[in-house]
Design a protein around this ligand. Structure first.
Ligand code: RP5
Length: 158
């Protein structure tokens, strides 16, 4: 039997794929089962809804969403679920992604998007693992080990 998907990743365009790669890498490192889709809040709104509904029905626990320019994808997902949504603004638009950053982070009260830095895909993945680890001591242990190994890399960089 295939394992249940814990994280649903959605990006706004195939052209965003290199900017989300580190999410997939980190989730693979932590052996978190995830699904990856390309869908646009503006260009394929019905498909976005379909993905969200399927993800909710299949028991997904966290969404990671990213888009460049006007990132309405993250807000659209947040509007349709009470599950945590982590938004990744992408560079490429105005002022190195300031457009995407503001449209991701400036959500109205009541509908949060946990927004990471512009092109901060790695932190989005780590935050997703942290959310999943709340009731999972094994995952917490792996996160602590991961943080130690990242610190070692920095210490050994020079
Ligand atoms: C956004 O517009 C996408 O997320 C992408 O960052 C940007 C450009 O999309 P493409 O024209 O490359 O498909 O919606």
């Amino acid at each position: 039997m295939s394992k249940k998907i814990d994280v649903q990743i959605i990006i706004g365009s195939k052209s965003d794929e290199p900017k989300i790669k580190s999410v997939v890498d980190v989730l693979n490192d932590f052996e978190i089962v995830h699904d990856f889709k390309v869908a646009s809040a503006h260009r394929t709104p019905n498909y976005v809804e379909e993905i969200i509904d399927n993800a909710i029905n299949s028991g997904v626990k966290v969404f990671i969403t990213g888009a460049g320019m006007a990132n309405h994808l993250s807000g659209t997902v947040a509007a349709r679920t009470v599950l945590p949504v982590i938004g990744v603004p992408f560079s490429g638009g105005i002022s190195h992604g300031m457009d995407s950053l503001l449209s991701t982070v400036q959500m109205p009260p009541g509908i949060p998007v946990a927004t990471v830095a512009v092109d901060g895909a790695k932190n989005a993945a780590i935050l997703a693992v942290e959310i999943l680890s709340v009731n999972n001591k094994e995952l917490q242990k792996k996160l602590i080990e991961y943080r130690h190994s990242e610190a070692e890399k920095i210490k050994n960089a020079i």
